[in-house]
Design a protein. Structure first.
Length: 188
């Protein structure tokens, strides 16, 4: 977990094993959003204690992001309760999150869904100030945009590259980077 200031807004990124997608989101969002936003990650079926997978580590390093230190953790209800925003990598994972803690429904999105919904939010509706302040308002405004348009799960899900070829890791990382870029651009 990357540390942030005491008054930080907290984001929890969730995937399956917590060794590919969610750690990449954790590192990229933390780098882009700065010290007022604390970002951590966990897995629904985590490979507890494992580092970030080597192909994802290489992609993070090429982007100038330090992948260490990192150890995978299993998702818990307590983590969900402590997070201000929960970003899963798939719709199915979002469903598991809401099943584990139903109150998460209003602050849980897939990563790509949240990025897409932010594009419908008028930037002038967000308060000026630090990313944490803009994020607090963005969740409510993004949630209000749900249902604006129907999209397939393929458009909301980030491909799981675990133990697949490097090109699949690159595609997954590209989906993550694209969503992180939209989120950071809208909130900075």
């Amino acid at each position: 977990m990357l540390q942030a200031s005491k008054d930080a807004f907290t984001i929890l990124a969730v995937c399956t094993g917590n060794v590919c997608r969610s750690p990449a989101v954790e590192r990229l969002l933390a780098e882009r959003l700065g010290p007022t936003v604390g970002v951590s990650s966990a897995g629904t079926h985590a490979l507890v204690g494992h580092p970030i997978s080597e192909p994802m580590t290489a992609l993070l390093r090429r982007s100038g992001i330090a992948p260490e230190p990192f150890r995978a953790r299993r998702l818990s209800e307590q983590m969900l309760r402590e997070a201000d925003l929960i970003l899963s990598m798939t719709r199915a994972q979002r469903g598991l999150i809401v099943e584990l803690w139903p109150a998460a429904v209003r602050r849980a999105f897939t990563l790509r869904e949240f990025a897409r919904l932010l594009t419908f939010v008028d930037p002038s509706a967000l308060p000026s100030g630090a990313p944490r302040d803009r994020l607090r308002a963005a969740i409510r405004l993004a949630a209000a945009e749900r249902g604006r348009m129907r999209v397939s799960p393929v458009e909301d899900d980030v491909i799981d590259p675990f133990q697949l070829a490097d090109d699949v890791y690159a595609e997954s990382f590209g989906q993550i980077m694209s969503a992180v870029d939209v989120i950071a651009t809208r909130l900075l």
